[in-house]
Design a protein around this ligand. Structure first.
Ligand SMILES: [Zn+2]
Length: 202
């Protein structure tokens, strides 16, 4: 914890001053143009891998970058999606999976989740992704396939949210699927129709 507090001191001393004008503007305005939905994994830092400054990305991070489909009742993920689309008017939503994802590894390897009941319950939102796995895929290949299928499945879930469906119908919103590789720093884009992946280019 001491290191975190020391980090804050360094932020105030070194990172804040050169951005003082930006933060002064952001104190009253917030107009990010993209929503980034990533995994809670500490190695996947949305602003770092997209080189965004504060105020530029609206971010939701969940275990396994899962997006529950639209349903009844209060749901923090649904509220954040609705706010990003309806109130902030983001033009793009990125769902980003990543290599070595603990959630996807547990699902692909059938790990016993009895000591993690809330996690097991949450990971049911990846059921559609798991259904696409081929029995012949094993080990690392199976995990990599699930990570890709999961990105596509979460984009499908995203489309069930009324705010997203409406913005897509008006062609005011575009959805993107990415897989980030931690070891190489590469990003692949996932084609949600064909399931094929291609390197991300600017
Ligand atoms: Zn993960």
């Amino acid at each position: 914890m001491q290191e975190i507090a020391a980090g804050f001191e360094r932020f105030r001393r070194e990172a804040f001053p050169p951005r003082a004008e930006l933060f002064r503007r952001l104190a009253t305005t917030h107009t990010p143009n993209a929503l980034f939905i990533g995994c809670s994994d500490a190695r996947v830092v949305p602003e770092l891998i997209t080189q965004r400054e504060p105020g530029e990305l609206f971010v939701i991070r969940t275990a396994g970058n899962l997006v529950p489909p639209h349903g009844q009742g209060a749901d923090g993920v649904a509220a954040s999606i609705e706010y990003a689309v309806n109130a902030l008017g983001v033009a793009d939503i990125i769902v980003c999976g990543h290599s070595a994802c603990g959630a996807m590894t547990a699902l692909a390897s059938g790990t016993d989740m009895s000591s993690l009941p809330a996690t097991a319950d949450w990971l049911r939102h990846a059921d559609a992704s798991q259904a696409l796995l081929d029995a012949s895929q094993q080990g690392e290949e199976r995990i990599a396939a699930l990570i890709r299928f999961n990105v596509a499945a979460q984009l499908t879930n995203l489309r069930t949210h009324p705010s997203v469906a409406r913005a897509l119908a008006r062609e005011e919103l575009a959805l993107h699927g990415w897989v980030y590789d931690i070891g190489s720093g590469d990003i692949e884009t996932v084609d949600t129709t064909t399931g094929t992946v291609t390197p991300l280019t600017a």
